[in-house]
Write a protein that binds this ligand. Structure first.
Ligand SMILES: [Mg+2]
Length: 297
């Protein structure tokens, strides 16, 4: 797609493979000018992506796990220059959602293929913080902290879910007070999730079809039964259970949540603070290169 492309590489993630050779095998025949930067610490990926855009890159690829992808997303959101996701062999949640190949060479082809399409997807925002995948509360803060960057790059958002599963089982029931686009609701529950992306990355398991990353809406799920919570955390379908009392489900553009007792709030696996929290959707703010226009949302 681009004549000048940049790839931000997190060398600590993915499988051991000859990254530069594989990129060259795709970029050189395509005749594009290309460069890479190598991250060493948290924050590097966003910084390198911004610099690449300032230097005229037409697309910025993120090679790494969800942590790297989220940093590059933060850098490109709100702009015209799209990002590309190079999952590097691990199941990256957003790449699964967008139908991007797990294979590095195939994913890199999207960066130079004239048929590739820029798709603009939603993000969520709470204060100054933005998220691509989901916000959650009700998982133990200590458990989220245990899911370090390396674990997150390997397992994606599931890292915090796996770390939080046991905590959820023993979590006390809290009372949630919600305002969804001005309408107020109250319910008790164990955890509250605000989802932007419906596909939680499990292979062979159908995601809930009602959750779309490009419908301009966020999905609010309050889990009242810890067993259902563990299904969701493990990425299994909860279809057939949504009608039951175990999960409450709303959709909206502006969401305010209060919780008694207050709960830790995490966004894309990082702890952001505590409830109360206000969240809004940023419709179509994130340009991502995808293989074709036919991708379902
Ligand atoms: Mg949505």
């Amino acid at each position: 797609m681009g004549q000048k492309v940049h790839v931000v590489i997190n060398p600590a993630s993915g499988q051991h493979q000859t990254i530069l050779n594989k990129l060259n095998d795709v970029f050189h025949p395509a005749g594009v000018e290309w460069a890479v930067s190598i991250t060493q610490k948290s924050g590097d990926a966003a910084r390198f992506a911004r610099q690449a855009i300032a230097d005229g890159a037409e697309v910025v690829g993120a090679y790494g796990g969800d942590g790297t992808v989220m940093e590059v997303a933060e850098a490109v959101q709100g702009g015209e220059t799209p990002m590309a996701i190079l999952p590097g062999g691990t199941a990256n949640l957003m790449s699964v959602e967008l139908g991007i190949a797990k294979d590095l060479s195939e994913a890199a082809q999207i960066m130079v293929n004239p048929e590739s399409v820029i798709r603009r997807i939603d993000m969520g925002q709470a204060g100054e913080q933005r998220f691509m995948l989901r916000m959650g509360m009700g998982f133990s803060g200590e458990k989220v902290k245990l899911a370090d960057r390396e674990m997150k790059d390997k397992w994606g958002i599931l890292a915090y879910s796996i770390a939080g599963l046991k905590a959820l089982k023993t979590a006390p029931v809290a009372k949630y007070h919600l305002k969804v686009d001005g309408e107020e609701f109250e319910t008790d529950g164990k955890t509250c999730l605000i989802d932007n992306a419906g596909n939680m990355g499990s292979q062979g398991v159908a995601p809930s079809k009602t959750i779309s990353i490009s419908d301009g809406l966020l999905d609010v799920l309050i889990v009242r039964d810890a067993k259902v919570g563990s299904w969701i955390a493990l990425g299994k379908s909860m279809r057939g259970h949504e009608d039951q009392d175990a999960v409450k489900h709303w959709q909206g553009r502006e969401i305010h949540i209060e919780c008694d007792p207050p709960q830790d709030v995490q966004g894309d696996g990082e702890i952001w603070g505590q409830t109360p929290v206000s969240v809004q959707v940023l419709p179509g703010v994130l340009p991502i290169l995808t293989p074709s226009a036919e991708m379902k949302s």
